[in-house]
Design a protein around this ligand. Sequence first.
Ligand SMILES: *Cc1c(COP(=O)(O)O)cnc(C)c1O
Length: 385
Amino acid sequence: MLSKRLENLNPYVPGEQPKDREYIKLNANENPYSPSPKVKEAILDVVNNSLQKLGLYPDPESVELRESIAHMINCTGGVLCNAYQNGCGDYSCISSAQDLIPFNVTPDMIFCGNGSDEVLSFVFYTFFDTDRPLVLPKYTYSFYPVYAGFYNIALDEVNLKNDWTLDIDKMLLEANKYDTNIIFANPNAPTGLALSRLQVKEMLEKAPKDKVFVVDEAYVDFGGQSCIPLLKDFKNLVVVRTFSKSMSFAGMRLGYVVANPELIKAMMTVKNSFNHFPVDAIAQKAAVASCKDVSYYCVNAKKVAEERESFEAFLCEKGWSVIPSKTNFVFAKKNGKSGDEMYKFIKSQGILVRHFSTPGIEDYLRITIGTHEQMNALKKIMENL
Ligand SMILES: *Cc1c(COP(=O)(O)O)cnc(C)c1O
């Protein structure tokens, strides 16, 4: 009774959510801080003053939300921590002018979906053909291979270099050999390493110009550089972003793409052939409210980044190998121990971290940065390893 297509599916396994006891969850790269009080206000406003709106379909084009996101990007240069004071409402963080975008991001450059996982699915369908392989790093966000299976796209996985960085030359060689697309996360997951905007620019200059080049910036707000400024010169660049990590929205679901309007139009066609209304009415209102409290999220992102630095120093002191991270997680291994053993011990002490049994990274743990208190609890457990 099942379709033949089903045989190609190899579903993504998210970080576990066990119910047997209360764990400190440091296994899914969620944000330990709650959404802004403005989000609460916005949701209560819907509930108290316009509940009947929940009986109506939401705006299928998310017009107000796309305006809010475009505004936020223009004011922050695409990285929350860069928010600067320039007549941009509440934004109180300061950044250097070099991080600003050399053009105005307009709402027709934004596409919104029900989490960036869904947005990525639309990206795969809209831009990747089945007659050529997709180039990606061997270790990157593990949902890409899942979608490739779903859409019947072959993979051309390029090994990372010995220092865990992307093998840029090899990726370009492969992309040009097959005249095909490239996708990776920047900063990358699970390594946490980031390419600079200049490095991505140099890649774009040498990559096929008629094929879409996808950069997934899920973690950029914790210390990366956004590629959004490159959209001016590269019409084939697609930047995927999410509210889940830096904007504490993993439970609400909102992801988006920033790209040139022609590409966004094509994504709309795909969306309207699949689900007209991927972003529900409450998520739209709540996300608009989030965009108006960037300084709140900026402070949280900075706290996470500081906590990360201190945790990395702790790990090094305790004999772990640590890959320096620009994200809200750390990828590290205890020298001489197996990753599985470490993961199980930490879990037995009440903290969940992520362990991948994938060959090559099986001795590493991916540990999400939590609050100061959560990290202290973890450090205490690790003291005894
Ligand atoms: C978490 C994550 C996503 C998915 O985010 P959602 O918006 O929650 O679906 C996408 N890409 C990368 C690299 C991620 O780490």
